[in-house]
Design a protein around this ligand. Structure first.
Ligand SMILES: Cc1cc2nc3c(=O)[nH]c(=O)nc-3n(C[C@H](O)[C@H](O)[C@H](O)COP(=O)(O)OP(=O)(O)OC[C@H]3O[C@@H](n4cnc5c(N)ncnc54)[C@H](O)[C@@H]3O)c2cc1C
Length: 358
């Protein structure tokens, strides 16, 4: 690729790299993306919830405010892609039902409610007698919950597929290779990848919780650690007409994202470590929680387990760190909200590249 002021490199094709590449290409940049396994990092394990209201947590107000525009941003991105390639990313706005399993879980739910009220999140108490449709397939023991409007979800596999199609239709090159080293100065950027070197005008590193390529110059202000998570995919119950279910069970958060047709994503474990093998105990805990809360899953078929590494920063907030002298920026730290935040974060990457290309 010639090093015109419009040429840009993206290292990493998870949901963050792919949405950055899309935004850049839509603005007329000539984009090349590098990833040996596009869409197979944390994005592959993600349930795809876009649930700012259910995700409210103490000390994460700023993050909550960021997420508020996420559903609209995804709807706009999906509409743009559909107009261009005729393929859809379906954005399901279902709301969330937040429930608790035992007395101590109910206390945790009360704490959630305090924070949610403080952040201005509106919620309504719903009971099984008045809203049976919301409690479909749940244990009789769960008789009430909080209904949070305005949360939703998408299927990350579908999003990756449609983004890939859209990028190719805009002439973006997706190179299935690892980047080993990056360079950059006022004259442009270079990546050294498996089969050689590629130059451009500016670049974005979006490698999630994976290590940075050699030559990267992090300021020290930001760092990323992997927080491992597993989701279990089953087939057999369809709650897609009901709100996404989230339940606190024995102090652990559990959820079911139910897609039309009976495919369900059950999640998720969360551990401060790396490694992608599924541990028997981890699987057993998740399935025990699942069967307690949703006994109808007893006869569901196990499809697969997926493990991913959430990229967590010091303060659990996402960042775009600019290495302006090198003409690179590092976009990471999206932790448990990368799918949610991707289209919003793509705007920041675009602003950076426009800035260094001006
Ligand atoms: C179990 C689980 C459930 C989750 N559920 C949700 C959810 O419901 N909603 C939500 O918003 N978020 C969710 N998340 C979080 C979300 O998945 C992440 O925040 C998001 O996927 C991060 O995207 P990313 O593109 O930064 O990283 P990744 O998806 O990990 O992508 C990084 C990519 O970089 C590539 N790469 C790494 N090093 C190099 C290199 N040197 N050269 C080239 N390529 C490289 C990798 O191959 C990978 O494809 C979940 C995460 C997990 C683990």
């Amino acid at each position: 690729m010639a090093t015109t002021t419009k040429s840009t490199l993206v290292v990493g094709a998870g949901i963050i790299g792919l949405t950055c590449a899309w935004r850049l290409a839509r603005h007329g940049f000539e984009v090349t993306v590098f990833d040996p396994a596009p869409g197979r990092g944390a994005t592959w394990a993600a349930a795809g919830m876009i649930a700012p209201h259910a995700e409210v947590a103490p000390g994460e107000r700023e993050n909550f405010e960021l997420q508020r525009g996420a559903l609209t941003a995804w709807q706009l991105l999906a509409g743009d892609l559909e107009r261009l390639v005729g393929a859809r990313i379906d954005i399901h706005v279902t709301g969330t039902l937040l429930t608790a399993w035992d007395a101590s879980d109910r206390r945790l739910l009360e704490q959630y409610l305090k924070v949610a009220n403080d952040y201005g999140v509106s919620s309504a108490v719903v009971r099984r007698e008045s809203h049976p449709e919301v409690f479909v397939a749940l244990s009789d023991r769960i008789t009430s919950g909080l209904l949070l409007e305005g949360d939703g979800w998408l299927d990350p596999d579908q999003a990756v597929r449609v983004l890939d199609e859209g990028l190719r239709s805009l002439g973006v090159r997706i190179v299935r290779e690892s980047v080993h080293e990056i360079e950059g100065d006022a004259s442009g950027v270079v990546v050294h990848h498996d089969s050689g070197a590629t130059r451009a005008h500016a670049g974005i590193v979006a490698t999630g919780a994976f290590g940075l390529p050699r030559g990267a110059t992090p300021s020290g202000e930001h760092a990323v650690r992997p927080v491992r998570g597993m989701t279990v995919r089953v087939e057999g119950i369809d709650r897609s007409q009901s709100p996404t279910l989230r339940c606190l069970v024995r102090g652990r958060p559990f959820y079911v994202v139910s897609r039309p047709g009976g495919y369900c994503v059950l999640g998720a474990s969360s551990e401060e470590r790396t490694g992608t093998l599924v541990e028997v105990g981890e699987l057993q805990r998740l399935l025990r929680d699942a069967l307690d809360v949703v006994p109808a899953l007893e006869s569901a078929s196990l499809v697969e387990t997926r493990v991913g590494l959430r990229p967590a920063s010091h303060d659990l907030a996402p960042f775009l760190e600019e290495w302006t002298a090198m003409r690179w920026a590092w976009s990471s730290g999206h932790y448990r909200h990368g799918v949610t935040l991707a289209p919003l974060w793509a705007e920041r990457a675009l602003d950076f590249v426009r800035g260094v290309s001006a």
